[in-house]
Design a protein around this ligand. Structure first.
Ligand SMILES: Cc1ncc(COP(=O)(O)O)c(C=O)c1O
Length: 390
């Protein structure tokens, strides 16, 4: 094929962003027609809808009955900050990071909470720290799937069942797309805007019985803003986990979240979602393996993310350029795809090495990923030819 000739087939849906992620297939604003709007979320109907999100989430994800699930303000960032501020302090902390979000939680622990017993365990983009060395006498904070680095933890086998510390997991781009062994997770957070293609602004917070016990037995020395407060009279504020949110939620987003959960149930639940992710990842991988100019940033297949797939350009002409020129190239390439309407938001994260990042979560159609590959080839060769001529 002449790589400078535009491919015939376009992705029907060009939304490959790693967050907010594509809406589910078949979504339209009509699904929001019956949203509970202009009414109090404290009315019985509002409460019922919020509780419905919680219970459908529990069912689809298989979260144990003795775990608490809450809807909290400020998306995943709010949920994880609330967790860190509520539980950290009584024991040492280990923060694992291998990309931008994990590094942010490390900054929090060091510079905001100013804890004095912190172990920071980092790896470069594309790699994962040695998980066999993690110290579980500490509270361990990590990102299940590093959205900006294309690297995930392979499974939960490295987490002991009899750990002393808590595991605090940012699960944003993993939940609904990867198998999470809930018995290995004490706290998990995510936002609706990710794997289910929901709307931003609300976070989910899951607490194991051990996490609840920590919250009830410990009062942090720092002030707690109202939006972080999970306690009422020395006990967990159970209201938050029944749908009585700390502050006012968007019932439009709630309606949309319920739509996403019903879609997942209709497909066959979590197993079907994971099946779609695997099919998507396989389609993209087949193209990557056949393309001579690009490769996965993560060389270890077990740790390679199957949702936020991060790719680096290996073409020698490209790698010979300095980083600014590489970023300029990627900007042109993604701009061209944007202008063509064939792929939106596929540049890698600003903190990651210059390259591409393509979301393969369940709301994306496999046929769209199959159609995407030839467009990436075309855009790469077109921009390269333009730059070489200039
Ligand atoms: C792993 C991870 N953590 C946290 C966030 C922040 O999520 P939000 O902006 O919804 O708070 C993201 C968003 O992309 C993410 O991928």
């Amino acid at each position: 094929m002449n790589t400078l000739q535009k491919p015939d087939v376009r992705p029907a849906n060009p939304n490959f962003s790693s967050g907010p992620c594509s809406k589910r297939p078949g979504w339209s604003p009509d699904v929001l027609a019956n949203a509970f709007l202009g009414r109090s979320h404290r009315h019985a109907t509002g409460k019922k809808l919020l509780a419905e999100v919680i219970e459908r989430t529990r069912d689809v994800l298989g979260i144990p009955a003795d775990y608490h699930i809450g809807i909290v303000p400020a998306s995943d960032t709010g949920a994880i900050e609330m967790a860190l501020w509520s539980v950290l302090g009584p024991r040492g902390v280990e923060v694992l990071s291998w990309e931008s979000f994990g590094s942010q939680w490390a900054v929090d622990v060091q510079k905001q909470l100013k804890l004095d017993d912190i172990k920071l365990t980092n790896a470069e983009y594309g790699e994962i720290p040695d998980l066999s060395k993690v110290d579980f006498s500490r509270d361990v904070i990590f990102t299940w799937n590093g959205t900006t680095g294309g690297v995930k933890v392979p499974d939960g086998d490295w987490i002991p069942a009899d750990r002393e510390g808590l595991t605090i997991v940012d699960g944003t781009s993993a939940v609904f797309a990867m198998d999470i062994p809930w018995d290995k997770v004490d706290i998990c957070t995510w936002s609706w805007q990710k794997a289910m293609g929901g709307e931003a602004a609300h976070g989910m917070l899951v607490l194991s019985p051990r996490a609840v016990e920590r919250i009830e037995s410990y009062d942090p020395p720092w002030p707690m803003p109202k939006v972080f407060r999970l306690k009422k009279k020395d006990k967990l504020n159970e209201d938050v986990f029944k749908g009585l949110t700390i502050n006012t939620p968007s019932m439009l987003c709630v309606e949309d979240a319920i739509d996403g959960l019903k879609w997942a149930e209709g497909l066959g639940g979590l197993k079907a979602l994971l099946g779609r992710v695997q099919a998507n990842f396989k389609a993209l991988s087949t193209w990557v393996e056949g393309a001579e100019w690009i490769d996965f940033i993560c060389k270890d297949p077990a740790a390679r993310s199957d949702t936020s797939v991060v790719l680096v350009v290996t073409d020698p002409w490209f790698t010979a350029m300095d980083e600014d020129a590489q970023r300029g190239f990627i900007k042109k390439l993604t701009g061209l795809l944007d202008d063509e309407g064939t792929a939106f938001d596929v540049g890698s994260h600003r903190d990651a090495p210059p390259g591409l990042r393509i979301w393969c979560g369940a709301t994306v159609e496999t046929s769209d990923l199959e159609a995407l590959g030839p467009w990436l080839d075309w855009a790469f060769h077109t921009v390269k030819a333009q730059m070489q001529e200039a």
